[in-house]
Design a binder for this molecule. Structure first.
Ligand SMILES: [Zn+2]
Length: 240
């Protein structure tokens, strides 16, 4: 079909219609209901040693193993609960619930879900709700840099001014063990994945604030949002 584009092996887009994917919100929701017996995972706060560890890659043969599946569902559940309670939170890395393995749960949320916009090809891919990135690595970083106020579920009471690459490309494995590469991602997805992949190497946004007075309490930021947002050239859009 002329107007459809095959992307990333199992995702396609035709006339910008959302395409069901293995990451469909109903998939995670149904799975989360099935594991309601699991103890609600708590998100580790800054200072916990697991947040500083370099995480191990997930072995491909483990992707369908019970242990990994349980860890993955716990991570999705932690993200869902955090979003419900706090009204923000687009993603979480496994070490944030004490699992020192290289995978992320993401939910760019709000109705339609996540929109990935490739800078160069001008093609959008829509995701409906949560999905998983296993062993993600950055394969390209743009020269162009942006500054923004970043937050984190492990220090939700703080905002940190960061400088990040405006666009990155990311390679990862999906829930089925298939490798994908997302090229030239839009700024929202790029800054998010730089933050999350740093977590897998024990790096927190707090480690390298950009510029003077680069760490502020959320309370102070909320009170003077316009002032602080004028200091940066990119502002994160709410997803809830
Ligand atoms: Zn974080």
């Amino acid at each position: 079909m002329e107007d459809s584009r095959e992307l990333n092996g199992n995702l396609a887009i035709k006339d910008e219609t959302p395409v069901p994917s293995p990451y469909d919100a109903s998939w995670v929701q149904a799975t989360l209901c099935n594991i309601s017996h699991l103890i609600s995972p708590s998100v580790l706060l800054v200072g916990e040693p697991q947040l500083r560890m370099t995480c191990e890659s997930v072995a491909l043969e483990d992707i369908k193993c019970e242990k990994f599946l349980e860890e993955k569902y716990r991570l999705h559940r932690a993200l869902m609960e955090f979003r419900n309670v706090n009204g923000f939170g687009r993603s979480i890395a496994a070490p944030q619930i004490g699992v020192t393995k290289r995978f992320l749960a993401i939910n760019m949320g709000k109705g339609m879900g996540m929109i990935l916009l490739s800078r160069n090809s001008n093609v959008s891919v829509y995701f409906t709700g949560p999905f998983t990135l296993i062993n993600p690595t950055i394969t390209f970083k743009s020269e162009k840099l942006i500054s923004l106020w970043d937050d984190c579920m492990s220090f939700p009471f703080l905002l940190v001014r960061k400088q990040r690459h405006a666009s990155v490309s990311v390679k990862f494995v999906d829930d089925e063990g298939v490798t994908h590469e997302w090229k030239d991602l839009d700024t929202a997805t790029s800054e998010l994945l730089q933050h999350e992949i740093d977590h897998l190497d024990g790096i927190l946004a707090l480690d390298e604030p950009f510029g003077k007075n680069g760490i502020v309490s959320r309370e102070v930021y909320e009170k003077n949002r316009e002032y602080f947002d004028r200091e940066v050239d990119y502002v994160i859009e709410p997803t809830i």
